[in-house]
Design a protein around this ligand. Structure first.
Ligand code: CO
Length: 134
């Protein structure tokens, strides 16, 4: 069902301040930034082998990531597992009684469809599933 860890989402206050550590110190390949208006975030992707680090910077005070930063400060925000078929995976999760934040897939960054599972259903780990869209 899950193919691999697609990315690890990390909440940061400022992308420009955070990118150099990952790119220049850890030597990850910077793939660019993108705004996801619907989620009120700007994201930066850095490649780590087959996976990525997704840095998330809030673009508004009522962004979920802004609320996360207020509560927890900067740090790991979510884990994203890549799945082949997000609709089928959501159906399977629903029938297993897993609480979901997103009942239907929505557009994520990097040409993907994404859906979040509720952290109460995943032992406190905010979990995203994503499917690449061609
Ligand atoms: Co993500």
């Amino acid at each position: 069902m899950t193919d691999k860890i697609n990315h690890v989402g990390i909440a940061v206050k400022n992308l420009e301040a955070s990118i150099p550590f990952y790119r220049d110190v850890l030597g990850m390949v910077f793939e660019g930034t993108e705004e996801v208006a619907e989620q009120k975030v700007r994201v930066a992707f850095l490649a780590v082998g087959e996976s990525r680090i997704e840095l998330l910077e809030p673009t508004a005070e009522d962004s979920p990531v802004a609320r996360f930063l207020e509560k927890n400060g900067e740090g790991v925000h979510h884990l994203a597992y890549q799945v082949e078929d997000i609709e089928a995976t959501l159906e399977k999760l629903k029938s297993a009684g897993v609480r979901l934040i997103d009942e239907k897939p929505r557009r994520g960054a990097h040409h993907s469809l994404i859906a979040f599972l509720h952290p109460k259903a995943t032992g406190g780990v905010l979990t995203e599933i994503c499917q690449a869209v061609k």
